[in-house]
Design a protein around this ligand. Sequence first.
Ligand SMILES: Cc1ncc(COP(=O)(O)O)c(C=O)c1O
Length: 364
Amino acid sequence: MINFLDLKKINLRHEHEMMDAIQKFMHSGWYVLGEDVKRFEAAFAQYCGSKHCIGVANGLDALALIIRAYEIGEGDEVIVPSNTYIASILSVSMNGATPILVEPDLHTYNIDPALIEEKITSNTKAIMVVHLYGQTCDMDVINRIAKKHNLKVIEDCAQAHGAVYDRKRAGNLGDAAAFSFYPGKNLGALGDAGAVTTNDDSLAQKLFAIRNYGSHRKYENIYKGVNSRLDEMQASLLSVKLKYLDEDNLKRREIANYYLNFINNPLIVLPSVMHEPESHVWHLFVVRADNRDSLQKYLLEHDIQTLIHYPIPPHKQEAYSEWGQLNFPISEKIHKEVLSLPISPVMDMTDVRKVVEVINRYGK
Ligand SMILES: Cc1ncc(COP(=O)(O)O)c(C=O)c1O
C-alpha cells in the first residue's frame, strides 16, 4: 500500500537528534515556557523573516488569539474563504465576531480577491487569508484592499510553512499570521503546537501575555488571558525539525513537479501554481475529478491511499446550520471534486511513478 502520509518514517529520520533534544529538555528541570520555547520562537521568527514569534498551544488558538488581541468581537465581521478548513472560521466565531464567507478561485483554491470588496461593510475589521494546500494567496491585491479599507490582514499559514511570495515568507505577508504544527503539517510536532508571527510590537507583547493567563510577570494579570502556551518539549522537537524544513519542502516540490509533468489523464484536473515555484510548498497535492469517489475507490483498489480535503464545505456543516441556505457554488464544486494524492518528504520516487502510472490508466 502506498500510504497517504507516513508520519513515523518522517520523524524517525531525526530519531537521534530528537531523542537528544528530549534528554536535554528532561535534564533542564524546567518544563513550561523555558529556554526551548524561547529558542524555537527566535529561530522560527528568523525563518519567517518576522520580528516576533509567539508560541501557542495549537493553530486554532493562534488564529483565535490574534483576533482577540486585535479586540475583534461581537458586532464585527471578518472575511474568510468559504472553502477553508473549519478552524479558520471557528476562530472568528469563538471571539463572537461574524465570519463572512468569500468564494475561492477555482484554479488556486485560494480566496478570490475580486470578490472581497463587495463583502466589506462598516463592520468589517479584518481579512483572513488561508494559504490553502500550501500555496500563498494573491497578497499584493489583498493587502491593497485591506489598506484602502483600513482592515487587518491575518494569515492562516497552517498549511504553508516556508512558502514564499515576492521574496517574503508566509507569516510575514500581512499584519499577523497563525501557524499550526499539528503532526501532519510541513513542520509538524509530535503532538499539538502552534505559533503566531508578526512585526507588530504591541500585538506581540499582548499575545505573550494573553497566552499565559494575561500575565508578563507571575501573579500580575493585565488581561483576562488563557493558558495556551507552546509546550516546551514540542518546542525542542520543532527546533530540530525546522532545520530540515526547506529540504523537505524541496522534496515535496520535486514530487509535485513529477505529478504535474506526467499525469496526463483528461479526466483529472491538476492544481495550478500562480506565482513563483517557491510560492507553493505542497502541503497537499489536490486534483479534481467529476467522479471523485470512483477515482478514490479505483486508486485504493490499486493500493494507493488518498484523502479528501475537505468532504463537507463549512456552510453545510451542522455546526453552522444557520448558513444552510447559503449558496457557494464554487466551494461546493471543489468539495465534491477534490482528492489529495500522496505527497511527503519521505515518499519514494518509485511510489510516485506508480501513482502516475495508475492514475493515467484511470477510465481507460
Ligand atoms: C487551514 C488550517 N487552519 C487552522 C488549522 C488548525 O490548526 P490546529 O489543528 O493546530 O489547531 C488547520 C489544521 O488542521 C488548518 O489546516
